[in-house]
Design a binder for this molecule. Structure first.
Ligand SMILES: Nc1ncnc2c1ncn2[C@@H]1O[C@H](COP(=O)(O)OP(=O)(O)OP(=O)(O)O)[C@@H](O)[C@H]1O
Ligand SMILES: [Mg+2]
Length: 253
């Protein structure tokens, strides 16, 4: 991981309609190749921030600057949400291929890219299964492969494992770390789980308030590769405690 910023958010505010201000004056940077987690109460503006970072929404004021991009132009992004949003009439392979079709790619390079990504997420052998023939965890793996198949430089995850059971979720977190380590990609992940945020990320950002501001940025110094056993460490407990305290302070306002 390098420490040069991949993107820089400067004084970004967002207002929906005429006066519903959701985000106020956010400034932060995401390190290139880093893993940042975002937590905060429901409805605070986390998904709005994801959309701003991905260039799907323009900030009402302020700037988002992406390194090595013409100013204001977002880089190639991969997106993944709580719901897998797979097309039920397409196989796993055909779902993963979709972004490449949209980009107008065809032929052998498409086949290679799709198969490489399916292998990376651990789904070789399930290419021809339809979504209804996959478990929830497998469907999320397909969604992750689809988000990454065009090799985006920024991966935006909005509660990607929120619909999974606790054990599958833990496993998927570990898988995500393995995949992230194998790719040159900067990750920004929204999660409701403090445990997940601390175990996966380099930094946990807490936002709160109406409009939301950054309340805390907690640097996680746990070594990598991270393992679930690290949840028992003092560093983990201290970080999780700091995140919880920040959230409780917001809830107590
Ligand atoms: N397109 C939109 N038009 C108007 N208001 C919106 C729009 N999108 C979001 N909002 C409002 O902005 C606020 C923040 O929404 P957002 O979805 O970003 O919250 P969130 O933190 O992701 O919530 P959750 O944890 O429940 O997913 C909410 O009050 C929501 O109603
Ligand atoms: Mg949301």
């Amino acid at each position: 991981m390098t420490h040069s910023p991949f993107l820089t958010v400067q004084n970004v505010s967002h207002v929906f309609g005429k006066k519903q201000q959701v985000l106020a004056n956010l400034s932060f940077a995401l390190p290139a190749g880093g893993f940042t987690a975002l937590v905060g109460p429901s409805g605070v503006g986390k998904s709005t921030l994801v959309r701003l970072l991905g260039g799907l929404l323009r900030p009402s004021s302020g700037h988002i600057h992406y390194a090595n991009q013409p100013d204001g132009q977002p880089p190639s992004i991969g997106l993944m949400f709580q719901k897998d949003n797979l097309m039920p009439w397409r196989t796993a392979y055909e779902n993963v291929r979709l972004p490449l079709e949209v980009l107008g790619m065809a032929g052998q390079e498409v086949d290679t890219a799709v198969n490489e990504m399916l292998a990376l997420v651990g789904l070789s052998g399930f290419e021809h299964n339809y979504p209804a023939q996959l478990s929830g965890g497998m469907a999320q793996r397909v969604a992750l492969a689809r988000a990454l198949v065009h090799r985006p430089t920024l991966l935006l995850l909005d509660e990607p494992f929120g619909a999974l059971d606790a054990l599958t979720r833990e496993r998927m977190g570990q898988e995500l770390l393995r995949i992230w380590a194998a790719l040159p990609v900067t990750v920004f992940m929204v999660t409701h789980s403090i445990q997940e945020a601390v175990l996966l990320a380099d930094e946990v950002m807490v936002i709160g308030g109406q409009p939301a501001t950054i309340r805390e940025r907690i640097h996680i110094r746990l070594p990598r590769p991270r393992t679930i056993a690290m949840e028992g460490s003092i560093e983990f407990q201290q970080c999780a405690g700091a995140v919880r305290q920040a959230i409780e302070a917001i809830n107590g306002e």
